[in-house]
Design a protein around this ligand. Sequence first.
Ligand code: BGC
Length: 710
Amino acid sequence: MNTWNIIIEGFNKADITKHESIFSLGNGAMGMRANFEEDYTGDTLQGSYIGGVYYPDKTRVGWWKNGYPEYFAKVLNAPSWIGLHIKINGELLDLNTCLEVKNFRRQLNMKEGWYERSFTAMLPNQQEIQVKVLRFLSLRYDELGALRYEITPLTTDATIEIESYLDSGIKNSDANWDERFWNTLEISSEDNFATILAETKKTGFKVHTFMQNQLFIDNKTLNISPKENKKENYIGLQYELTAKKNQTFRIEKYGGYSRSNDYSTLTKSKTLSKSIALFDSLLENQREDWAHIWKTSDIVIEGDEKAQQGIRFNIFQLNQTYSGKYAHLNIGPKGFTGEKYGGSTYWDTEAYCLPFYMATKGAEVARNLLMYRYNQLDKAIENAEKLGFTGGAALYPMVTMNGEECHNEWEITFEEIHRNGAIAFAIYNYTRYTGDESYLKDYGIEVLIAIARFWAQRVSFSEEKQKYVILGVTGPNEYENNINNNFYTNYLASWCLRYAAEQVITLQKEGITKEETQQWLHIAQNIYFPYSEKYGVYLQQDGFLDKDLKPVSAIPAGERPLNQHWSWDRILRSPYIKQADTLQGFYFFEDHFTKEELQRHYEFYEPFTVHESSLSPCVHSVLASALGKTDEAYTLYLRTARLDLDDYNKEVHEGLHITSMAGTWLSIVEGFAGMRVKNGKLHFTPRLPKHWKSLSFKVIFQGEIKEIKL
Ligand code: BGC
């Protein structure tokens, strides 16, 4: 346990893919899993990703339904630049076939932004070697990464053959039609530098993947001219040398990506990566740049190392994923750590991530996140048109790369419409926190109007109830579909309609008739919310009480997570809630309800919640804190903060849960510290877990850095 580092010792083949996720690196523009540089024939998920470079993989479904998007965007496994084929006295280094691997250790230094791996291996030819590798992706030059690979022969003097390569013949492990997504256009090399120009199919992103090698023995530069090994989709530069027993050979390799339309970046990277002693100076930059990030984003917990390490890991990963520098990029649920969720944008950004970036990076960065949706408004209107909505109604996509919907399960694409509400809520949240009304006035209002138009058409009037109802939806709880009157969706719709109408009136927005805003207000006031008199709670949906209401504690331990043990059919009929749903509404609109109401709802829903979405425990933790249930809040906090480190949901091998990491931050700042913004001022209601000696953090609030110590 180390509060600034993640350290894992011991070589266990079954853990390789998990640890590839945990030790992932990123710099906001690109990222990679912690794959080995040398060959590895064991189980691995190879992954290097470039922000915004994706492929529209043609939808594959059993039965096509009108309205389905043509494609599911996939973040692309990008050409790899880290690879080294290494032979020691003619024997290939592959940890899967070594006779023994000792002292295997991985370390992620979160304070300085680098990753190190070391081991001693006995090769099948009885040669023992010691290896140490340091790798990082530069924050300062975000097209550039660097690695330093050291080999020391321990048995005898050794001939080392090393082929440093680029490979564009990579595939995605998740591809609907088992295709390759890249075409290689050009391969070239010059001395120790090589590059592959490759283009993505369909989307036409052209990317130069480059590498530059420098060799040393016992710290002295080795000038060996490489032999070129050029193949289709591949270029290797081969070197051969002898290292005496106990002498350390090292290769420093620089690599990365530059987009083809940006030759200056390639030239810059080429020049940069040729300069001698670059590694140490880049590493120094890296330390400085991470120190700068930590200055406003660190959270210090005294008296609890597990909790401390957890929150730092989360803050580190959030910063590896999104730097706020690029308006076209967003925060994929898995960041740059895996293929799942396609690297696309979900409601996670607005519902969970915005507050973190707003408070630790400032209003500009938060505004960029809002602008991302504003820039995609036309596409959201088109998306709604495809489903039959008219008159400028917008339905933002559940999953997107460029504004187009690219999720193709009907229950999510067509039904999980609550995402529209989170986008409106984020505008409100930003304005409330920053005090900056200009986004709302210049851009946000357009988004609010289009969203309100959607809700006004999506509701239907029930003669029976004499109320507006919303039929056939999926709420945040994806463990039930096609339900009617999901409380969360209905409440959000009602709030959106009212908020949009009020803003149109306040801003005296032209082009909207009074009748239209009156109708929005009328609907808002007359939306139906299912309620149980017996329990005194709003119901998650009309049929919730018909379920067999056994609490989660009644499920045998070996059957969780449910999604890995039960049939989908059984899950859908069960009362088990994947993630905060009604309580998500209580979280957003806390001040609309009394403490007693919150307590009743929390106590009603928590026993049915399995938290099988990473986005769940954080919300429950914030609410538990608000209710003074600090022990419970703490248990939920650990579950969110250490979800990946401790692999609660048994899926870390697929990648990290990046967006929920922002929720972890919320469970500390809004939970234990009880931070709220009321009338333009920060308020705190601290409720620290008993064993915490202190908690301190900073937030950027209305242009100033506020330092809080509890
Ligand atoms: C959750 C969604 C979320 C998505 C991406 C799903 O498991 O249910 O709410 O948007 O993951 O994080």
